[in-house]
Design a protein around this ligand. Structure first.
Ligand code: DX5
Ligand code: ZN
Length: 220
């Protein structure tokens, strides 16, 4: 039998001009995307700097989509209060940004305490075993399918083994992939068990509505 679970599409607005995002928001919503993915980069955890609290606050006023905020930053705990107050529904930080397992737990707890869902992300180089201890606590796992830092890279399909492992341990946790997601790679991801597809270049380098529809149709 075919897997008919609902796939969530989260257009990634990294690198898209703010005014264009605002102009495209009605099309994004009409196309059936339920989330929007916001990347915050500090220029330290990753080389580039991108996104800011101010831009996020402005954008959040223009839509009622789920705000899926991905912080690629050092010291993620320092970002929790401000981003949750600004409307982050999911706040996802990197395992690699934490000094130790205790810090990972602390950040997850702090996100929950402030009232948002907690996501934990792993880079392609990080073995999935490292995050297994936290699966019982998190709401979402973001498996990076490119090295974080910029859009437009090629999907690294080998990371889907991590998705299978995570789902075998905790089937009800949301698993998201980010990086190089297009209509073809989205199929591979959903077949591996992915729930949330983040996609930037594929959606915005074409007809936004059509591209979102293509992603939503991958398991039909
Ligand atoms: C990469 C970011 C992504 C990026 C995805 O570090 O986390 O969200 O915008 O862009 P594409 O879909 O172009 O790979
Ligand atoms: Zn991202």
């Amino acid at each position: 039998m075919k897997n008919m679970k609902e796939v969530i599409v989260a257009p990634s607005i990294l690198g898209v001009d703010e005014n264009r995002v605002i102009a495209d928001l009605p099309a994004i919503q009409e196309a059936g995307a339920k989330w929007v993915h916001i990347d915050i980069m500090d220029g330290k955890f990753v080389d580039h700097e991108s996104g800011s609290l101010e831009v996020f606050q402005r954008l959040a006023k223009h839509h009622s989509l789920v705000n899926d905020v991905h912080i690629m930053v050092e010291k993620p705990k320092n970002y929790v209060e401000s981003y949750v107050s600004a409307g982050a529904n999911y706040l996802t930080f990197h395992y690699e940004a934490c000094c130790c397992d205790h810090m990972v737990e602390t950040v997850i707890d702090f996100i929950h305490e402030k009232g948002a869902k907690a996501g934990l992300s792993i880079c392609p180089d990080t073995p999935v075993e490292k995050i297994i201890p936290f699966l019982k606590k998190v709401d979402l796992v973001l498996v990076m399918t490119v090295v974080p830092g910029k859009g437009g890279q090629t999907f690294m399909a080998e990371n889907l083994e991590k998705v299978k492992k995570i789902k075998s341990i905790r089937p009800d946790v949301l698993v998201e992939v980010d990086g190089g997601v297009n209509a073809e790679t989205a199929k591979l991801a959903v077949n591996a068990g992915v729930d949330v597809l983040v996609s930037g270049s594929y959606i915005f380098n074409g007809d936004v509505k059509e591209r979102i529809a293509n992603l939503l149709a991958v398991n039909k």
